[in-house]
Design a protein around this ligand. Structure first.
Ligand SMILES: Cc1ncc(COP(=O)(O)O)c(C=O)c1O
Length: 436
């Protein structure tokens, strides 16, 4: 370990005056107007003009018939998972999840909110390894998973960092196996995918679709999320479940388990103020991605990839991957890490520590779900089949585990859309110095 600030490699670089963020909220002023409107009209609860407006505007933007405003993307994912569970396996007892005893194929390199709802519904997540072209669920590993567990009928798929996954292949595989797809577009609002020659927004590609307005997302409500669908029945069900499953009776009457998951009209006011800036934010994030790509091209690293013919990311986070040959030693435990400095090489640990020392926030690649202590006993499927227990004292095993490799060699770069070109150039310079 080194004290980066005393390291002669960084001589002449001054820390940033204020902190540079990974991805922070960007308010424009219009948000205040709609929040004020909610307060001045006294519509501050879970009904009101802001909610109606944002549901209509997002449904139109994404190209779905219905959007239901909720308190968080996680709430949308939970209710989407429950809807899928009911459709596949019927209504569960009040004290049981709809996926009890059932397997669900899930993205592995994602934020845990994508997959926790499978556990909320008593299902068993089976993690599917990642491909290298978009860093999303590998269709070849998904095929393997269906060979191994042919009864599985549900897939939870996220578009990592705003880059659409290989949807054409995944939709084909899902159809072949009569499986439903929950699309987690929390990170990818505004990203598009070309399907059958037509551009389709992420959030309109699955059977059940979810987005997030968390503070770090491409647009934010400070919090909030949405369930997106073309099914009126599903939209109505989510509205009902999200408001404690009240029946149409004069008293509180309940025939189903309910949740307090609805979006408030104040949060919706913030979202309403943000929607007009969604495309600007995407353009800013794209410029950041391209500046990194240009500025880092002389280093032994690559950027998070995407399929330029079939997709247009929203560029939410810019990431980089260090070439294997340029990886300095970097050891991670469960909570701590250590790295060495080696000339001509670096590691995510060293680069993130250097950035932090200069007051810039990066982050490791999301640690794969199959490596998380909570899910370590869950199945993990790679292109070769079972990804666990492949080796023993006598057999080395192939070691295929793309997610673990991305986590080991990759990192998320400061991607805040308020970062100036000058500030970004300094980040690029700091990264260069790490390789000296
Ligand atoms: C991929 C992914 N899914 C789900 C979520 C959860 O969204 P929320 O924070 O709005 O609950 C997030 C981020 O927060 C996310 O990055």
């Amino acid at each position: 370990m080194i004290d980066i600030r005393k390291d002669p490699r960084f001589k002449g670089i001054e820390p940033f005056a204020g902190r540079l963020w990974l991805s922070s909220p960007t308010m424009h002023g219009d948000e205040q107007r709609w929040v004020d409107d909610a307060i001045l009209t006294n519509w501050v609860s879970t009904v009101g003009r802001n909610i109606d407006e944002v549901e209509n505007q997002i449904a139109e933007y994404v190209g779905v018939k219905y959007a239901v405003g909720l308190g968080a993307g996680t709430a949308a994912l939970h209710l989407a998972t429950k809807l899928a569970g009911e459709r596949l396996y019927g209504q569960a007892l009040p004290n049981e999840g709809t996926l009890a005893g059932k397997r669900v194929f899930c993205s592995d390199v994602t934020f845990d909110a994508s997959v926790n709802p499978v556990a909320y519904e008593d299902g068993e997540a089976v993690y599917i390894d990642t491909e290298r072209e978009t860093w999303n669920m590998d269709p070849a590993a998904l095929e393997k998973a269906f060979e191994m567990y042919p009864d599985t009928r549900l897939i939870v798929l996220a578009h990592l960092y705003g880059t659409p996954g290989k949807m054409e292949e995944i939709l084909r595989i899902a159809k072949e196996h009569d499986a439903l797809i929950i699309e987690d577009a929390a990170e990818s609002l505004g990203a598009r995918y070309k399907l059958g020659g037509k551009w389709v927004e992420t959030g309109a590609l699955g059977d059940y679709n979810c987005i997030s307005f968390n503070g770090n997302k491409i647009i934010t409500g400070s919090s909030g999320g949405m369930f997106l669908t073309d099914s009126k029945e599903d939209a109505d069900k989510v509205r009902k479940w999200s408001t404690q499953s009240r029946e149409a009776a004069p008293w509180y009457q309940h025939e189903e388990i309910g949740y307090n998951y609805r979006m408030s009209n104040i949060i919706a006011g913030v979202v309403r103020g943000q929607i007009p800036y969604l495309d600007d934010h995407i353009a800013q994030k794209k410029a950041i991605y391209e500046r990194y790509r240009e500025g880092l091209k002389d280093l032994p690293v690559s950027m998070n990839p995407f399929d330029a013919k079939k997709s247009e990311p929203n560029y939410w986070l810019s990431c980089m991957l260090i070439d294997e040959k340029a990886m300095a030693r970097h050891i991670r435990g469960e909570r701590d890490e250590m790295w060495d400095t080696e000339p001509g090489k670096s590691s995510p640990g060293e680069i993130l520590a250097a950035l932090a020392a200069f007051r810039a926030e990066g982050r490791p690649i999301w640690k794969p779900m199959h490596m998380q202590p909570i899910y370590r006993t869950h199945k993990f499927v790679t292109t070769e089949g079972n990804g666990r227990g492949k080796s023993n004292a006598y057999i080395a095993g192939s070691g295929i585990d793309v997610g673990a490799d991305l986590f080991r060699r990759g990192l998320c770069l400061p991607s805040d859309n308020k970062m100036t070109a000058g500030q970004q150039d300094k980040v690029i310079e700091i990264i260069h110095r790490c390789f000296l």
